[in-house]
Design a protein around this ligand. Structure first.
Ligand SMILES: [Zn+2]
Length: 126
């Protein structure tokens, strides 16, 4: 192994649903590692030279939401797919990270929720 790898940690997003927080951690880690999916990330995150470190609670969060997170990632063309979660019914839809979401739930018929919350990459710890 060459020089010590600089390890990056993330702040778990707060004030959002667990799925949005988990997707935020995933998106942050994909950006740092160059991985494109959760599957790819899990394959390298125990390597000593992996640049991303999650704490136990963050790993639990990622595994709890692993099925939904399979749809989150970076495409070969470099665009990012994330989740938008309804704060009322808790259901979600995959959207491009660049899409601007209108008002309303749009995931569950007659939900009545006022908005979907889009996950974005979690911030790094200072
Ligand atoms: Zn809803």
């Amino acid at each position: 192994m060459s020089a010590q790898v600089k390890q990056v940690r993330f702040v778990t997003p707060t004030g959002v649903s667990d799925l949005v927080a988990a997707a935020g951690l995933l998106l942050g880690a994909l950006k740092v590692t160059g991985c494109s999916t959760l599957v790819e990330l899990v394959g390298v995150w125990d390597d000593p030279d992996c640049s991303v470190v999650f704490d136990d609670a963050q790993r639990v969060l990622l595994f709890t939401h692993r099925v939904a997170l399979l749809g989150v990632g970076v495409t070969a063309a470099g665009s990012v797919t994330t989740v938008a979660v309804c704060s009322t019914c808790g259901d979600y839809v995959y959207v491009s990270s660049s899409v601007v979401l209108g008002a309303g739930c749009r995931v569950t018929a007659n939900c009545g929720g006022s908005k979907l919350v889009k996950a974005k990459a979690a911030a790094r710890t200072k």
